[in-house]
Design a protein around this ligand. Structure first.
Ligand code: 5GP
Length: 184
């Protein structure tokens, strides 16, 4: 049986990363490790959270058609290597992608059967509080991320199969888990 492709998107600070970590802990599903040109944050491991690569290497991968999708976000490039996904799916493994919305749009076009889930914060105010609370993001970065979040929220309902509002973490994790297991 062919594996399925699940896409999780959502504004930074929506709690998406926490939800994904919990889902990966409990479900038998692979995670698609993206390539990125951004610098690793403390605690991030090459090959586990991302493959951290140079802009030149990234552009070469784009040129060679090795990425299923890619996008520029906050001055950094992010992309999903296609081969690990095809290999996983070919042996019946499901795989989860954590990508932003421009990339999600490309996946929707290239893989119409992908199951696409959008994680929404309860409100833009809550999102701002969470970003500020993280303490690792500059004011300029926060303003930029909030602008992007506003755009994303508008586009979400059209592009995604499901929107999960993260007003309560355990509930949101349960909802995403049910959506994934229900689709498998
Ligand atoms: P961060 O730098 O905080 O890890 O990620 C910033 C944004 O890039 C997040 O919304 C994350 O989902 C997105 N992202 C991570 N990997 C990819 C990817 O391979 N492709 C795209 N389009 N977005 C990605």
């Amino acid at each position: 049986m062919t594996g399925r492709l699940f896409v999780l998107s959502g504004p930074s600070g929506s709690g998406k990363s926490t939800i994904i970590a919990r889902v990966l802990d409990t479900l038998d599903i692979d995670f698609s490790v993206s390539v990125t040109t951004r610098q690793p944050r403390p605690g991030e491991t090459n090959g586990l959270h991302y493959w951290f690569i140079s802009r030149i290497d990234f552009q070469n991968m784009v040129g060679a058609g090795q990425l299923l999708e890619w996008a520029e976000y906050n001055d950094n490039l992010y992309g999903t290597p296609a081969r690990p996904i095809d290999s996983a799916n070919a042996i019946g493994r499901d795989i989860l992608l954590d990508i932003e919305i421009q990339g999600a749009r490309q996946v929707r076009a290239n893989r119409p059967s992908a199951v696409m889930i959008f994680i929404a914060p309860p409100s833009i105010e809550v999102l701002e509080q969470r970003l500020r609370g993280r303490g690792d993001t500059s004011d300029e970065d926060i303003a930029e991320r909030l602008l992007i979040a506003n755009e994303q929220l508008k586009a979400a309902s059209e592009l995604f199969d499901f929107v999960v509002v993260n007003d309560h973490l355990d509930g949101a994790v349960d909802e995403v888990t049910t959506l994934i297991t229900g689709a498998i």
